[in-house]
Design a protein. Structure first.
Length: 372
């Protein structure tokens, strides 16, 4: 098998983090672009990235890229791509995608043309007039941006933020990938103590524990590419074994999550149990007003309720003022708080030492970071 090119779409602003994740996995040809990171390798790179990426949204196989300003150009260029190397005679190959700032802006028409071109190619290669599409799923995805067309095959299936441990969540939960990004930006390491005094369903603490213990986030979930016939399924077993060998069970990581909602805490405990980190996290019923940074060192990471999620603007501002009083300057402690509110620092009572733009879904936020 020749070297393949893969794509890891990610939230804007996290491209550098995802690129570093891939490099640390000993994956090569890594290059960050806006909203995605490309990398190269054989099938083992695809499997490794799916199992071990924490901050990317999914892993795709980049079949080809070209420019097209007419439907004729789109059809001819798609038809030239070697789909038969990945899609077998009976496999399912639905098409979906998006168009942005291009001559071709009708998504439905582009879907039909791409589907027709792939079907023609496969029909000719397999010498059949009709494709049953009863086999493994090969989701074709396209992106047309400024007339540049990217044709990809999704290999993940469910998005990578669906680790498999969070069957339940409280209202407006943070995604697992965003929580992992916050843990990375907070430099959570194997011996850290992490606190979240508004922990909700526990996602931030669970992702921090997975990172500190180097537990691969996708080790217990399924991926659509596992059903593909074009590569040896033994690779999945080999890469899972490799990931398990890298786990740090001897790490001294510990975390405490607080919340005033008993039902949320019950969900958090269940999620931590499902993730295999319940022995590393204590969940306690506690009001934010009672939070004290009582350890010698600590890293606080939190996603408080705010005006556009759970509270009115006035209630959110009062909450920020309370946080400013409770999250005191203390040697050895750092604080990271994500919110979309532009007036956060004013209410908190202190300018952040560092800010980082992040997206919580489609909502633009800032991660406010405070150091001693």
């Amino acid at each position: 098998m020749n070297k393949l090119t893969f794509c890891a779409p990610c939230v804007f602003g996290t491209e550098g983090i995802v690129a570093n994740e891939l490099r640390f996995m000993n994956i090569h040809g890594v290059r960050a672009e806006t909203g995605r990171v490309l990398f190269e390798g054989g099938w083992e790179a695809l499997v490794r990235a799916n199992i071990r990426l924490r901050c990317a949204e999914r892993v795709q196989l980049l079949v080809g890229e070209f420019y097209a300003t007419s439907f004729e150009e789109l059809f001819e260029n798609v038809y030239k791509l070697p789909f038969e190397e990945f899609i077998y005679k009976d496999d399912v190959f639905p098409v979906k995608g998006s168009c942005l700032d291009s001559k071709l802006m009708s998504v439905s028409d582009c879907q039909k043309i791409i589907k027709k071109a792939v079907a023609k190619r496969l029909g000719e290669k397999y010498s059949c007039a009709w494709l049953s599409e009863t086999g493994a799923l090969h989701q074709i995805q396209f992106l047309i941006r400024k007339d540049k067309v990217s044709i990809l095959l999704d290999t993940s299936g469910a998005p990578l933020h669906k680790r498999g441990y969070r069957k339940e969540a409280n209202d407006a939960p943070i995604s697992e990938t965003l929580a992992a990004t916050m843990a990375e930006l907070s430099r959570v390491r194997r011996d850290h103590f992490v606190a979240d005094p508004m922990c909700g369903s526990g996602t931030i603490l669970i992702e921090s524990a997975l990172k500190a213990l180097n537990i691969a986030p996708g080790i217990n979930r399924e991926f659509s590419a596992k059903d593909w016939n074009c590569f040896d399924e033994k690779l999945w077993k080999q890469e899972i074994e490799l990931a398990r060998s890298l786990e740090r069970s001897d790490a001294n990581f510990f975390a405490v999550g607080g919340d005033i909602d008993k039902s949320a805490l019950a969900v958090a405990r269940h999620n931590a149990q499902m993730a295999g980190v319940a022995d590393r996290i204590e969940f306690v019923e506690r009001d934010l007003h009672d939070f004290v940074p009582d350890r010698e060192k600590g890293t606080l990471i939190t996603n408080p309720p705010y005006g556009e999620r759970l509270l009115t603007v006035k209630e959110a501002e009062e909450l920020y003022r309370t946080m400013g009083k409770r999250f005191i300057r203390k040697q050895g402690w750092s604080y990271a708080i994500i919110t979309p509110d532009d007036d956060f620092e004013k209410c908190y009572g202190r300018r952040a030492d560092k800010r980082r733009k992040l997206y919580n879904g489609t909502l633009q936020c800032q991660l406010y970071m405070y150091y001693t």
